[in-house]
Design a protein around this ligand. Structure first.
Ligand code: AHG
Ligand code: MN
Ligand code: MN
Length: 350
């Protein structure tokens, strides 16, 4: 009989390794290479967590003095976290290539090492504007299969829709360091036991409530939003007296990992919509290493994720660093927000 990870007896006792092995027995979805990949990413996240925890004492805060391909100024910790993830993943033989927010092009596994069948994408440090003010930040990752017969993957080999992800996760460096993981059979949350140095299962089969009265959006962009988004948020703000008939609360950490983790814990809707400032880029958040892995996790937890016009996981990427509008979280609320957009589309088409 398979152990029931949901039982109170297991909480905090199952290590990430044991969980991955049991999951392979249960669903056959985590072969040895994928297990190694997930464990290597988790180990890298531990190192990032330690670097973040040292803060000013470790000399890791502040600007790196460089920019990335997105035209954003890099923090020292953006660069450090990227290097930790690359170094950890180069030699294991489980990867064909990596891609990162912090690198213009895919990083090929050096020829001195054997190559594997997976492609790994990551946002090494999400929410980096929060690092210097000691607010939660995170790491987001997505795992795809390398197309058959490709030994030296290039950008086009990464351009697979989110439905093809074999695993996705994020680590949130908050009061506790948590790893949230899906391999397509639900979502599980592991807490880093700092003394032992291992991640332990602390929440099995996490689910997001379908309804919510909490939304997350950067309200300072309100005047730049499109009309359907303006109408949707106006109705939320109208509260009890408005068409929604109840009051809504608002939270915005400005670290996607922290905002999504709150939603995984107690429900909510996270929104980074199109606005006049980001429209020419297609949105603010990056499809392949922010929106896709978060959407996979949210859907696996019973939530929904859309661009406002279509399911995020169905978007066919055309560029590695492509951006998309994002609405994700509690299923019914995401559907409501999407309806404002589809209704508007229908009106303009008539
Ligand atoms: P990153 O630090 O990886 O560039 O990502 C920042 C993202 C995301 O974490 C957050 O939700 C959003 O940018 C915040 O944007 P605003 O500063 O516009 O609120
Ligand atoms: Mn990010
Ligand atoms: Mn980042």
């Amino acid at each position: 009989m398979q152990p029931d990870f949901r039982g109170p007896d297991f909480r905090g006792h199952v290590s990430l390794t044991q969980y991955l092995i049991e999951e392979q027995r249960r669903h056959g979805a985590i072969n040895a290479d994928l297990r190694l990949l997930i464990e290597v990413v988790a180990r890298a996240c531990k190192r990032i967590s330690i670097a973040i925890g040292k803060g000013a004492l470790g000399g890791v805060l502040g600007e790196a003095g460089t920019g990335n391909v997105q035209g954003e100024a890099q923090k020292k910790l953006d660069v450090i976290s990227n290097e930790i993830l690359l170094e950890a993943n180069a030699w294991g033989g489980h990867l064909a290539a990596c891609a990162s927010e912090e690198m213009a092009d895919p990083y090929p596994i050096p020829d001195v090492y054997p190559k594997g069948n997976y492609l790994l994408l990551f946002d090494p440090l999400d929410g980096s504007s929060n690092i210097d003010v000691n607010i939660s930040v995170g790491t987001i990752f997505s795992v795809l299969r390398c197309p058959e017969g490709v030994t030296h993957p290039t950008e086009k080999d990464f351009l697979q829709p989110g439905t093809r992800q074999v695993a996705a996760g994020y680590c949130v460096y908050g009061p506790s360091t948590l790893l949230v993981l899906t391999t397509g059979h639900g979502v599980n949350v592991f807490t880093l036991d700092r003394e032992v140095g291992s991640f332990r299962l602390t929440r099995a089969n996490a689910t997001i409530p379908e309804d919510t009265s909490e939304f997350a959006v950067n309200m300072s962009n309100q005047r730049y939003w499109e009309a359907p988004m303006q109408r949707y948020v106006a109705d939320l703000l109208a509260g009890k007296a408005g068409p929604r008939g109840r009051d809504f609360n608002m939270r915005w950490v400005a670290s996607m990992v922290a905002d999504v983790h709150r939603i995984l814990t107690r429900g909510g809707i996270f929104i980074y919509p199109l606005d006049e400032k980001v429209k020419s880029n297609g949105g603010k958040l990056r499809l392949m290493y922010e929106a896709n892995p978060m959407s996979f996790i949210v859907e696996q937890a019973g939530g929904a994720a859309t661009t406002g016009r279509s399911r995020i996981l169905d978007v066919q990427p055309t560029q590695l660093h492509q951006r998309v509008p994002v609405f994700l979280g509690s299923k019914h609320e995401v559907e409501t927000a999407a309806k404002y957009h589809t209704d508007a589309n229908q009106t303009t088409q008539v």
